[in-house]
Write a new protein. Sequence first.
Length: 256
Amino acid sequence: MPRSAEGRLARLGAGLARGAIDILLPPRCLACENPVDRPGLLCLECFPRFRFITAPLCARCGVPFAHPGEAGPEGLCEACRARPPLFRRARAVWRYDAASRDVILPLKHADRTELAPALGRLMATAGRELLDGADLLVPVPLHYWRLVARRYNQAVLLARAVGRIACVPVVPDLLRRVRATPSLGALGAAERAAVLAGTIAVASRHRGRLAGARVVLVDDVLTSGATANECARVLLADGAATVDVLAAARVPLPRA
């Protein structure tokens, strides 16, 4: 059978399979139980609540600006001008707020792992400029005990979803947490950086793989950028050429 015919049959089979699944399990909105046309969509009621990050934004850390006049020289925010991060660029799908938490927190804490593919599609679109030419996708690691308690690392699920779409290899265990840290939620950027210093390392079995690599670091939420910066530090020290950051959501105003 010609390859073109095999391809058409494969696509037809996949379409029939998807149709059967949709009949048995009708697709629901990412954020609620309302029906939608295809899996991974937001319904008409939820969509207006989500604030997608678009221009104007900081060219470096991706924080959204209220208006273009907030951008300083070279399109950077005040924080990036004062202390440029080690990563080259960061991008995210949504602002982290009540709406995006309705999707991200169930993935992170409530075993809603089926949300990862849909978020991965959105992230692949938001991070297109980062993924173009990327060599590796590397998820932000969890410490062993936190991974045991949660049973999965949501950043790994997101990285694999993005990797399938962007056709970029994923190395889920390239980075590891060598020391557990307390919750960082109440800390500012400088405090987070101090707590995170020395907590992340490149796994010994992957040393040498980073030489000259253009890496995209993947996480669910980008807050102050302290975790991403610590990851970027060890990746660059081990030979990575560049490190970019791709997240599902980012806090609009990083804590000073």
